[in-house]
Design a protein around this ligand. Sequence first.
Ligand code: T46
Length: 182
Amino acid sequence: MIFIDTYISGVVIVEPTLHCDGRGYFFESYNQRDFAAHGIATDFVQDNQSQSVYGTIRGLHFQRGEHAQAKYIRVLSGRIRDVVVDLRPGSPSYGRHLTVDLSAENLRGLYIPPGFAHGFAVLSESAVISYKCDHFYCRAAEGGIRYDDPDLDIDWGVPSAAAVLSDKDRALPSFKEYQPCC
Ligand SMILES: Cc1cn([C@H]2C[C@H](O)[C@@H](COP(=O)(O)OP(=O)(O)O[C@H]3O[C@H](C)C(=O)[C@H](O)[C@H]3O)O2)c(=O)[nH]c1=O
């Protein structure tokens, strides 16, 4: 697998090595040794999977403090625009965001270290994503920032009239209002 560093330190695109033959293809979708060789120590404890219809925006979410999660996201079907916002105190890219389109066609994965708000928008009719987390879900530690925050000004690739969000996400605070600590 090939690791592509991005302009936000620690956020890495992962391109698998495909092995094709007359039956189809095979690739290693995750390899702890290869991640470590790229300087990414991983100890994932939970796998998540979600399916969403076109226009769904899930996020921007994070877990606070000791519950902060590193994630490794892949798309099993469809296409998404994945978005990360750097919330790491003191980071030179604090408050900057990165968008990466991931799909079942490009097979790209995205590794996100702890300290980021994460979300994605579904650009295809439907999308199924699968992602690894290195800390367990903790509802009490959940936080978030609204997807349409004017300061972040994120292009989700979905017209706002088509956006499908949970009530929880519609009620998230702005970047200015969110409380980063603890
Ligand atoms: C995240 C999570 C949720 N849940 C339960 C809680 C709710 O009853 C239900 C749906 O949760 P939620 O609406 O928070 O799901 P998403 O909007 O997909 O949240 C995720 O969206 C963005 C993209 C993320 O990166 C996070 O992993 C996560 O916040 O699943 C669990 O049981 N375990 C979990 O790990």
